[in-house]
Design a protein around this ligand. Structure first.
Ligand code: ADE
Length: 247
């Protein structure tokens, strides 16, 4: 085995990243909330360099696609060996890919409840289909655009789930009102000064009237969602059994 995995006794949520660019990690996850959580053992990170599993002198891990086409394809034997080397690391096996199901907040919550995840970051055109199937890799997309590799997607997925791990956010009250928690985008936020360049903070927010503030927030969240995200709005209406004709 090119590397040993003697970090079983590490605490917290176990992140395992297979990549050709281990230096990209923890990257942004080494800062702020995620960085503090990493240092305090709320999560731990194992990066594995896929290149270590190359079998030839040139250390190549890809080859030309059968049937032609642009770009190169990551070889199934090498991907398989790399995944086998992290067989002891817990959690679902994810493969960031524009072909995957779209990652969202509910998926982040599900992942945060797992003991960890193994994320295989592809480069080039992608992985040989056979190893995706054989290793039961779950393809996950972070949106309808094409990145140059899976690493930025892995970082985004990890960021979203790490902040949900117990002890990462100071309080849990912040979570219940943020975007997507109730199927709506978040209402607009205001802070001091009350009067900034002649623009005054909405009066309701400074009224001290708790019920009115709550109603204002819900109304604003609804109108922002309706305007910006008709897809979310439609779902919200369905879930709350409201008729869209009443709006
Ligand atoms: N790799 C390349 N594009 C991607 C995307 N949109 N989501 C996840 N992984 C990717």
């Amino acid at each position: 085995m090119p590397s040993s995995f003697s970090d079983k006794n590490k605490t917290g949520w176990h992140a395992t990243i297979l990549t050709l660019f281990p230096k990209m990690f923890p990257g942004p996850l080494g800062f702020s909330l995620a960085g503090k959580a990493l240092n305090s053992g709320i999560w731990n990170l194992k990066t594995v360099d896929i290149r270590n599993f190359a079998q030839n002198k040139s250390r190549s891990i890809d080859d030309y696609p059968f049937g032609g086409g642009t770009g190169m394809v990551m070889r199934p034997d090498i991907v398989d060996t790399a995944l086998e080397a992290v067989a002891d690391r817990p959690g679902p096996r994810l493969y960031p890919s524009p072909r995957g199901a779209i990652f969202d907040q509910s998926w982040a919550k599900i992942l945060a409840k797992e003991p960890g995840a193994v994320i295989f970051c592809g480069r080039y055109e992608g992985l040989d289909e056979r190893v995706i199937k054989a290793r039961n890799l779950k393809e996950v997309s972070i949106g309808d655009f094409v990145l140059s590799g899976g690493e930025p997607a892995a970082i985004i997925i990890m960021d979203a789930l790490i902040r949900l791990l117990p002890g990462v956010l100071g309080t849990t009250t912040g979570l219940s009102e943020e975007s997507f928690e109730n199927g709506l985008l978040e209402y607009p936020l205001y802070t001091q000064p009350r009067n900034w360049n002649g623009i005054i903070v909405p009066e309701t927010l400074t009224s001290g009237h708790h019920a009115k503030v709550k109603a204002w927030k819900r109304l604003k969240a609804e109108s922002i969602t309706r305007e910006r995200r008709p897809d979310l709005w439609e779902q919200y209406m369905k879930n709350n059994d409201k008729s869209s004709s009443s709006r």
